[in-house]
Ligand binder design. Sequence first.
Ligand code: NIG
Ligand code: FE
Length: 426
Amino acid sequence: MSSERKSRTFAVVNCSQLLTLAGPQRPRVGAELREIGIINDGGLIVRGGRIEQVGTSTQIKSRIDSDTEVVDAGGRVVLPGFVDAHTHPVFAGTRAGEFEERSSGATYQQIAARGGGIQSTVNQTRAASVDDLVSTGRRYAEWFLRGGTTTVEAKSGYGLSLEDEIKMLRAIKRLDEETPLRYIPTFLGAHTIPKEYAARRDEYISLIIDEMLPRIAQEKLAEFADVFCEQNVFTTDESWKILSAARCHGLGLRMHADQLSLSGGAKLAAELDTITADHLEHTDAEGIAALKSAGVQPVLLPGSVYALGSTHYPAAREMIDAGLAVVLATDFNPGSSPTPSMTMILSLASTHMKMTPAESITAATVNAAYSLNRGAQLGSLEPGKIADFVVHDCNDYRELAYFFGTEHSWQVYCAGEPQITRIKSG
Ligand code: NIG
Ligand code: FE
């Protein structure tokens, strides 16, 4: 959503728990991840699409006049909309066939090596128009919203030619303008070497640096650049070149690092002082220390570990104990992580990464917003921030991570505008 829409004033009251996530004006580290700012029997006032006040229901009721619209949350839980800081939400087709192959034993890397994987989505995305991509993207936007997500970081990376990367970024821009979901665009031309450049990879890297980056920066189609740094994809030297060039064009830096092997990604992220290093399933203690000294935020993506049938989850506890400002995201994409559900991610983080529900919610809201340079506007419910919040149909926030395989959202507000209402039975 590119503009704030309405100027009406309303109050929400009778929230069994209002999770404000209020705190210091920076990402949360260590024990701070458990401080989610709960107001029991809470409420809030929204004016002009922004949060005007938060407090107890009694305080809020005493501040409103008889003309103010009042929403009764009915004892449900309210928290900021999830900020999903790593997604690939624009693509054509699916990879349900590869999913079936993997269910019979093939690995993600084997499928990629025979020309499937990312390349198969590239083939389908190249054949699609911007309208096609917007139309499938709308379907996924609705899934995100239904799950209580109000902002997504959105990567290109299935075009891998100048025109097709621009086509993807234009589709992301249109989705931002035409749906209530906020999209923050990232250029991922370095997702894989496309098949036509297999024997001349240096030429593809030059294409990214000399043609794609200048054009995308000039047209302001992306805020961030990302590289898939991995064995058999982009080496650390290639990733360094591409990300250094992106920085010269004013783009913020993110990186797919150490996902499938320990390939020096975390260390390179630290050396380049990127904003985030994402995945980190194979990052060791040295890599964690390097991220800490450079202040890089880890973006952990347990959905891709789960969906690839692996058990090699990233070392979230060690990262939190080392003082890193951990972020959780879905990695929504047609290959390794076909889920838009942040509550599924909260469940995986608790069951497999030993993060408490409170830590996970901090990682999925305020810390995620800071990783996208949106910490001043999004990610917590504090006066002055944009009123992106969700009423979840439970009375204890821990249920969001505990009951899995269902979405809990009952009402989703983007800039104070209600989007999706669920009727509670009984
Ligand atoms: O984050 N690792 C690279 N990119 C995606 C997978 C994309 C795909 O398989 O289409 C990821 O897991
Ligand atoms: Fe990814």
